[in-house]
Design a protein around this ligand. Structure first.
Ligand code: PFF
Length: 445
């Protein structure tokens, strides 16, 4: 039985949904934390280079595979590898699908913390200080309550389908996020101490930029930030009409994602220095004191020091993070949902609830065995699974697709030289660059 596939109604719908997927906790929490820990400007500099050289082509390859196949990631990769081994392609698709579940298992926990902190500021505003302090204190009970709430929120949107749910909500939520971020930056930059943070963030120390550890962190961050390597962007690419000019769209998504990460750094790094100027201990030996403290201790204390206004700022900030996390959660969930609908003929609601139940079980495992599993799952996903999937996408697009080179064929048909160049870049240079980074990861580990 063939099913009629859902689709985005417009190019801008695709760009907003894909940007919604890309822009998330990775940009607003991960990027500034990594930048603060890795010399500020030096990290920003390397991150920009890695984004252009590797993450952008990987995003192109992922969206391209989905768009050409017009199928869910498992079938899309199966189709793409037909000339060599359809089975291998489908297996890699299924590994990506597991990656999406892994991502959701820890992401919904952290997103739950954000939601709890937003509600905590609200509770303080209404003088419910006992509830507020429970909400802002880390506990297993809080995790057990807020992770499922977040999973349900995501399921509620996904359940409505591609156009009514994903496209409409991303278009509504993304501009709110940008406005909130800019408002907070203006506020922070006017506080004492912010100037020092601005210098650290914007002036790179070039002696640090060749440090392999920094390059590996920047690459992992760039892949995670652009949501590459688990099939989320592939499935969104498949919901777009075939043959649209993907290059331009991918460029806009990368630009939006990078601008938001840059702006988040512009907010958080000066905020750290504002906190330091106010007498808080923020750094020890050039590193942040405990990564978790950045948002969950230092920033709330900073907001507190602003008095009543601080509660509004805090509410805005954590709401912003929750919104960003929600649109990212949606794209990851859509990977297994689309697979179950198309390959296993599930209805959308049934697929959504089944996936949500699996994510619920996985995140509960992480909550219960937090100390053992939480960091491990993040590391395996971002430093092994995502980069390996990207290597596979490069090989598929560059070498394996019907044993030919689709990009080159297209270039020959259209007589466009730059496409031939782009094809060769994906075919030869990208796998080589990625392999070099892998060798370094292996050596450093
Ligand atoms: N890009 C998201 C972020 O930066 O928070 C995380 C993410 C979303 C990763 C969706 C993977 C994915 F499929």
């Amino acid at each position: 039985m063939s099913i009629v596939r859902d689709s985005f109604h417009s190019r801008i719908g695709f760009v907003l949904a894909a940007a919604g997927s890309a822009i998330g906790l990775g940009n607003i929490w991960g990027f500034p934390t990594q930048a603060a820990n890795n010399g500020g400007g030096a990290f920003l500099f390397v991150y920009l280079i890695v984004t252009v050289l590797l993450a952008l082509p990987a995003l192109y390859a992922e969206v391209y595979i989905g768009n050409q196949a017009q199928k869910n990631p498992v079938s899309a990769l199966g189709d793409a590898c037909k000339g060599v081994s359809e089975n291998l392609g489908r297996k890699v698709g299924l590994i990506g699908l597991c990656g999406a579940i892994m991502m959701l298992s820890f992401y919904t926990i952290v997103a739950g913390w954000m939601l709890a902190h937003a509600l905590s500021s609200l509770a303080y505003l209404f003088d419910a200080s006992e509830i507020a302090s429970w909400l802002s204190t880390s506990s297993i009970q809080r995790n057990l309550m807020f992770t499922p709430i977040f999973i349900l929120l995501g399921a509620g949107i996904i359940h409505q389908g591609v156009n009514a749910g994903i496209e409409k909500w991303s278009a509504r939520l993304m501009p709110v996020l940008l406005i909130m971020l800019i408002g907070l930056i203006i506020y922070i930059l006017n506080q004492p101490g912010a100037e020092e943070g601005l210098k650290v963030y914007l002036i790179p120390d070039f002696s640090q930029v060749t440090d392999p550890k920094l390059v590996i962190s920047a690459m992992g961050q760039a892949f995670f930030s652009l949501s590459i390597g688990v099939g989320g962007m592939m499935v969104y690419g498949s919901y777009m009409q075939k043959g649209k000019d993907i290059g331009k769209l991918v460029l806009s998504i990368t630009a939006l994602d990078t601008v938001i990460a840059f702006l988040a750094g512009l907010l958080i790094i000066p905020a750290l220095f504002v906190a330091q100027a106010a007498g808080q201990e923020v750094f020890q030996g050039g590193h942040l004191i405990g990564e978790g403290q950045l948002i969950f201790n230092i920033l709330p204390e900073l907001f507190n020091s602003m008095g009543h206004v601080g509660l509004f700022v805090s509410f805005a900030f954590f709401s912003l993070l929750s919104i960003a996390a929600l649109t990212s959660t949606i794209s990851s969930t859509e990977v297994p949902v689309s697979y179950l609908m198309e390959d296993k003929t599930f209805s959308r609601p049934k697929a959504t609830w089944l996936v949500s139940a699996i994510v619920f079980c996985a995140s509960m495992l992480l909550i219960i065995f937090f100390d053992h599993l939480f960091g491990l799952v993040i590391r395996v996903l971002t430093t092994i699974l995502q980069p390996l999937s990207c290597l596979f996408y490069f090989i598929v697009v560059g070498w394996m697709w019907n044993r030919g080179n689709k990009l080159r064929d297209k270039a020959l048909q259209e007589g466009r030289k730059w496409l031939t160049l782009w094809g060769n870049y994906i075919r030869f240079v990208c796998p080589l660059l990625l392999s070099i980074v892998f060798v370094n990861v292996a050596i450093l580990n």
